[in-house]
Ligand binder design. Sequence first.
Ligand code: SAM
Length: 284
Amino acid sequence: MEKYKKLINPQNTIELVKKNEFTFKKRFGQNFLIDEHVLNKIMDGAEITKEDSVLEIGPGIGTMTQALCERAGDVTAVEIDRDLIPILNETLSPFDNVKVINEDVLKLDLNSISDKPLKVVANLPYYITTPIVMELFESGAKLESVTVMVQKEVADRMQAIPGGKDYGALSLAVQYYAEAKVIANVPPNCFIPRPGVGSAVINLKCHKIKPVCPKNEEHMFRLIKAAFAQRRKTLLNALKNESSLGLSKERIQEVFSELGMDERIRGEKLSLADFAALSDKILK
Ligand code: SAM
């Protein structure tokens, strides 16, 4: 491979942005990474090897893509902003193992990207972090892991355990599909322009076997959603108030009693296994 100019430093990033008269778009959550130490932590945390097919969401000017191309077998980079495509064609020209797709990742058929299980790596646009992560899991695409830069507060929610203030529907959904581990905390000065919040890199290693097997996955998630939609209420009231579940107070009391659950319990005390058991009992 020919020697090329790595983008991962403030000077090279600013130079490229100016040369191309590129203006950052807030609506696309554009904060480009400029810190090599953080980049290396992401690459190491994602455990990328030449055996891997990688999907990068939002390559920007190609900073992380360059590093991915060096380490991975092949890279598919999906970028929504068409102004970035000519820039990517230039910055990724030294590599023959990358394909750039100009598309909204939420509109893409993720199953069509590769026959191999994918490792997803991204510095995600913060305005749609949760929809993207949930789409990755719910699409049924074969995934090995998802290693992403997200808002620090979102990373805390993803790996929260029952009882805490960060614990909620996102924690349960992520933990149903993967094992979550924060691998780096990243301050705003590692990006251009600087985001208004702290960031963190989280590694989600997808479960080969799910930790619980509810009879009806969709029903379990409807219960979870209802429980946290009114998190200050008791679980009993939250479930009773969600009309789409069609549960009377008496029926919920009956199920709680069968499961030995206190009627005053709140949803935030329940683990994934508890929600699976509750769902199964209700459907019985
Ligand atoms: N990966 C680059 C880096 O680390 O420097 C850029 C990261 S920036 C936080 C997020 C990137 O995602 C931007 O390039 C933005 O245009 C792109 N993006 C935003 N929404 C997107 C979407 N729905 N589908 C694909 N890319 C998107």
